[in-house]
Ligand binder design. Sequence first.
Ligand code: GDP
Ligand code: MG
Length: 179
Amino acid sequence: MTTCRRKSLLKVILLGDSFVGKTSLMNQYVKKQFSNQYKITVGADFLAKDIMIDDRVVTMQIWDTAGQERYKSLHAGYYRAADCCILVYDVTNPKSFESLDMWREEFLIRADPHDPESFPFVLLGNKIDAETNRAVSSRQAQNWCKYKNDMLYYEVSAKEAINVEEGFQAIARNALQRD
Ligand code: GDP
Ligand code: MG
């Protein structure tokens, strides 16, 4: 460890095509709720959750878009001072997987982190409950991550609450590494 500055507030932002389940993942993680109805996200910019990491309490602010991802028109404040960027795709939708490069680039351009090479991203492949409609294999996703500086990858389901807790815990840990 080279530094000892301790952060107690982490800003993590969600990015990915619309309909991949960004809002559902946040709601499942923070509120333990899931809805099958598609609602364009409105209201607050983020939800906050206090979590324990190695005996310390950290407040994780999870920022969700209000549907502007369709137009790539997220305001500058969305990206500002993010500690971790969560990229989300839908394992049943290849197009959402193909968009990942664009979202990653978009983040790097708009957030302009000091050290883009080591900035913590985490990839979530959502909707693994819909196994029969699966269109992107784990292997494809792992391979993509490998070439993106070994990005962490979790396969999750907001609907069935599979791996959501683990995924966000890894996100928090990853964001804290920048301390
Ligand atoms: P967003 O546009 O990325 O915020 O996506 P939403 O969270 O609004 O979800 C889009 C649609 O996918 C909604 O109809 C959700 O009910 C559905 N959905 C989200 N997560 C899952 C999941 O894990 N499994 C399945 N089967 N459907 C999901
Ligand atoms: Mg949404």
